[in-house]
Write a protein that binds this ligand. Sequence first.
Ligand code: IPM
Ligand code: MG
Length: 357
Amino acid sequence: MMKKIAVLPGDGIGPEIVAQAVRVLRALEPHGLKLEMVEAPVGGTAYDLTGDPLPRATLDLARSADAILFGSVGGWQWDTLPRDKRPEQAILGLRKELALFANLRPATIYPELAAASTLRPEVVSGMDVLIIRELTGDIYFGQPRGLRTNAAGEREGFDTMLYAESEIRRIARVGFESAMKRNRRLCSVDKANVLETSQLWRDVVTETAREFPQVELSHMYVDNAAMQLLRNPRQFDVIVTGNMFGDILSDEASMLTGSIGMLPSASLNADRRGLYEPIHGSAPDIAGRNIANPLATILSAAMLLRYSLDQDGFARRIEAAVSGVLQKGLRTGDIADKGQAVIGTREMGDAVVAALG
Ligand code: IPM
Ligand code: MG
């Protein structure tokens, strides 16, 4: 059956890296994959065209699609716009509008890249953590928020950290279900020693654990988790955490794997429709120079096939092709060892397409 993919390249390096992921998907079509890919502007690019970072037409396309392939948004030229016009509102709006509450960020180390990590290879080798980040609640979306002047005439900024128990329970279930498919260990990360929101988080996760007696649940404070990820990342199987802590810990975990340019993500709603994007940003400093690493986006396309299209076979094929090109020693600048030859964004796309067989 023909599946519809909304392709939203966005800003900065987004268009270059998404183009390579689209090529990889197209290369699977002769093997039986049937995709209708429709592109639309998003982020700062969309703001420049329409005055809105998430235009109605783009949102409608995203709503009508079976899955969304997303690049990245943001850039210095839009940083001074009012908040509701900034590129970041596009990705936040898509997450909220499509109820993409479950963000899966696998941080796996490829044996060939262990030396590219800033940590010693013996610390990171074998690391395989799945970070599950809640994506539609927390301090990102809690109301009230704003800027105001207080009684002393001083400016104040405020945000609200807020979780309803139903929001915690549904992401906890995703955590336990994912752990059941892996090594059955779930670590819930919070700040229950200080925050009320986190106390509720911990209570609800503990209650939910009763539905999953085979999973070993542990709890960790977020500061300790940040430290443990650097000390011994192999101790983790699945981590489940809130929106803010997950944002920070997933960037940290990505760097352990050698490069933020390697990590894909899936953001899923209750019917498994999803948005797939690299976890890195738009890197405006290197945009348009054919040097960005497209592998995180290509691996995001593999996750798209697996989670939203039920095409695990094609997903594995892409993942095997990526492993293959790394084994051959092909590297973009971000993952190259000193002295190793470096190839460009397009050439990396060529190599993955060739390795698909
Ligand atoms: C991410 C990004 C986004 C976030 C930004 C671009 C709004 O950092 O996907 O991790 O904070 O969620
Ligand atoms: Mg982030």
